[in-house]
Structure formats: C-alpha cells, structure tokens
Design a protein around this ligand. Sequence first.
Ligand code: ATP
Ligand code: MG
Length: 313
Amino acid sequence: MKKDKYFPDFVGQQSVKSQLGFYIDCYQDSDYLPHLLFAGEKGSGKTEFAKQTARNLKKRQVLVNCTTLRTIPDLLGEVLDPYQSLPTTIIFDECHGLGRDVQKALLTIIGGDGEKYTSYAFSNRNNDWQINIDFTKLSFIFATTDKQKVNTALCSRLEHIAMEPYGMPDIKRIIGRRCYDIDFDKSDKVLDAIASLSRGNARDASIKLAANKIIPYCRQKSIKKFNLSDYHEIKSIFGIYELGLNSLEFTILNYLYESKEGCSLTALQSKTGLDRAAQQDAEKYLLKLNLLDIFSGKRYLTKDGRKYIINNR
Ligand SMILES: Nc1ncnc2c1ncn2[C@@H]1O[C@H](COP(=O)(O)OP(=O)(O)OP(=O)(O)O)[C@@H](O)[C@H]1O
Ligand SMILES: [Mg+2]
C-alpha cells in the first residue's frame, strides 16, 4: 500500500503517514522539507515517526534532547554551528524543553515565509557566531507532548503533524507483530483482553506489555499458544486489573462503590492518599472508560463502574 511505503513497520496513523508521504515525495524533487512539529500523547510514536521521516530523507540524522539546549550559545555551539553546512535532519525532541531564548532564536532562524536560506548572528563575551542556514541541506523536525509550552509564534510557523489516538485493532496489531512467534488463541479472544491492558497507548502495547511481559513470560514457560489463563496469570503477576487499571484507579472505584452517595475530591484524596497529579491521571482514564462521572465537583460511579467492581472484586 502506497501510504505505508515510507513507514512499513508502523501500525495505523494513516493520516500521519499520508501527510508525511506527501512531504517526503516533494522532498525528493526539491530537497526541501517544511519544518514539522509532531504533537501527541506520550508513547504515541512521535519520536519514532520523526526518526523514520528523517531516515527517508537519506541524510545524517541528529536527535537533540532539547532539555540540554537552555541558552542560545547551547543551540549555536552544539547544533547549528557544527551542522550548518552538512546535509542533516535535526530532530528537536521534547521541544517544549528548549529555553525561551532558544525558542525565540529558532523563530528568527526559521523566518516567517518558508525561506530556504536564512542567517543568524549572535555575540557574547566568549564568541561571535555567524550562522548561515540552507534549508535544502538542513531540515528541522520538532516533537512535543505539550504544544502549550512551545513559543506561540514558533508553533504557528511549523507544519503540525497530529498523532491520532490508537484504536483497539491497532493496539492488537502492535502486540501481534511484536510477538510474531506467539499464537494467541483466537477462540477465547485473548488478544482483545490482553490488548485492553495497554490503555490505548502504543508504547505500553509494544514495550511494556509485549516486550517486557508477554514474550519473557512465554519464553520462561515455553508457551507457544497464549490463552486466557496466561492472560490472567500476567495480570496477577504484575498486579494489573481488567482494562489495564492500576491499583490506585481500582481503589478509587472501590471506594466510590462503598460510599454509594458519591464523594467530594477532598474526601477521595484523603481516603486514597493521592496527590493532585496522580488523582488527575487516574480520573482521566476512568472518565475515558466511562467508569466514573464528575458532577458538581462530586465523583460518582457510573453503571459501568458499578458493574466493573461487582465483576472484579
Ligand atoms: N504506530 C506504531 N506502530 C508500532 N509501534 C509503535 C507505533 N507508535 C509507537 N510505537 C511503539 O511505541 C514506542 C514509543 O514510541 P515513541 O518513543 O515514538 O513515542 P513518543 O510519542 O515519542 O513518546 P514520548 O512522548 O514519551 O516521548 C516505540 O518504540 C514503538 O515500540
Ligand atoms: Mg518521544
């Protein structure tokens, strides 16, 4: 399939693949790639798609950990000065971590009108820099989980590539591909069950579940055909509940089940000992699964939440 020409090892993300395929095709003619910004949830594939895009351009690839680029001299000295005249794709990963001044400098360097050639001068006590950039040699790719923290003007000059949420069929394919020599018993829908433990997250499916749990479990027990009892054993070894709930989320549901009347945020926090961030993460996932409802500040179990607790206590 044409859409998978450049990304054969990646599951799903058809719209991402088709946009990137278009830009890579155009690059073959013009040597120019618009400055891209991959945005999406943690573990959705931003870094891997950025790296594969760079591989398809067939030039040197440099992956920059942006938290180390706090100042303009960091950007110039570590990245732009060394690579300015070499055909290179620079991936600014987790670009919300770039220093504020660095983001402003990149804004100036990128320009506002899709310029192919720009220059940038900067001096401090130790150094004078004169950087000349030819964007037919140098390509910029950015990636972030947090677009809000990227300079608004810089953000608006980049071509946004929004990662799509993964549906269950994609997650099942990710696990199936990674565990290619394991047979998942089709009669008991074991792949559906185990895939639901990944919470719709591609990294959790591929690494945390398939590579770190299912494959070593099968190897250790010489299992070729993975069935429902293996699924239950994995849940029990790692303390994972149905649908991938962790013990905190399970405790919240259990408490709400017992409290019947619903519960205020403060009461729930004091009962579970959760801090605000952990509480928000837990609630986000329980809301997504429609197990929890929030109404006038109070937390309630939904019908599905009640059913879940009755079936899993
Ligand atoms: N479309 C996909 N097909 C197959 N595997 C995928 C896909 N997307 C992600 N993965 C798997 O998930 C892992 C994590 O992907 P990646 O590191 O690119 O995510 P990320 O969005 O950059 O996450 P973070 O925000 O935490 O940096 C990859 O190493 C790969 O195993
Ligand atoms: Mg990443």
